[in-house]
Design a protein around this ligand. Structure first.
Ligand SMILES: C[S@@+](CC[C@H](N)C(=O)[O-])C[C@H]1O[C@@H](n2cnc3c(N)ncnc32)[C@H](O)[C@@H]1O
Length: 199
């Protein structure tokens, strides 16, 4: 029985000189919000790969990073394995109308950098807009994943982590009862509360 749909993010148009930080953030967002992996289309970027691999080593889970994959091949293979392709674009259809049609399916989520090849509009099963204003691939991806998983992605477990936020610290930081002064102190203290597992 299939438990969770597979979700992979395909990043188009990465330019190592310009997009390194943003593509890394696309990967971090994908991982933290429930996706299984990131494909960096057509180019390689060791720094993006290394940063994401390091986060996976420290914070757990199974997130993969593939680079230099020709984007048409990624789309074709995904579809031939029965998955659907969702292209995030401000020119698409509103996300709230699309999510009920695709929930539970394996989804390749395509996000662009500066410009995307026109062809992707025709190859995608759905062109999906997160509002019709231009913003960012990171914000578009985050909102899409949250709508797709219906919020459950925030409870995802990341097995094998070397680092973790202690339960007590999580509770204190989230406590609506904590007064402003205490909350501020606790937020300042938070980084020191991140401990190696087993300490
Ligand atoms: C800097 S934007 C590029 C904007 C570009 N002019 C366009 O036509 O989408 C980079 C990526 O962010 C995503 N994006 C930006 N705004 C979006 C929106 N309102 N809805 C969905 N995706 C969006 C798209 O994947 C886009 O390729």
């Amino acid at each position: 029985m299939k438990i969770m749909p597979k979700v992979v993010v395909l990043r188009l148009g990465h330019r190592p000189q310009h997009d390194r930080r943003l593509s890394t953030h696309v990967g971090l967002t994908a991982r933290a919000l429930g996706a299984d992996g990131l494909i960096l289309a057509d180019v390689g970027d060791k720094r993006v790969e290394e940063t994401l691999h390091k986060v996976v080593r420290n914070w757990g889970g199974d997130f993969f990073v593939h680079t230099r994959v020709p984007w048409r091949r990624a789309v074709k293979e995904w579809r031939s394995n029965g998955g659907i392709v969702v292209h995030l674009t401000m020119h698409g259809d509103p996300v709230d109308g699309i999510v009920p049609k695709i929930r539970g399916k394996d989804v390749l989520v395509v996000v662009g950098a500066e410009k995307v090849p026109r062809e992707i509009y025709g190859l995608a099963d759905f062109n999906v807009a997160i509002g019709n204003q231009p913003h960012s691939e990171v914000s578009a991806l985050a909102i899409f994943l949250d709508r797709f998983f219906g919020g459950s992605e925030l409870k995802k477990k990341f097995p094998g982590a070397k680092l973790a936020i202690p339960q007590r610290c999580q509770r204190l930081n989230c406590s609506p009862q904590a007064d402003h002064h205490h909350r501020a102190k606790r937020f300042r203290a938070a980084p020191r509360n991140i401990r190696q597992k087993g300490e």
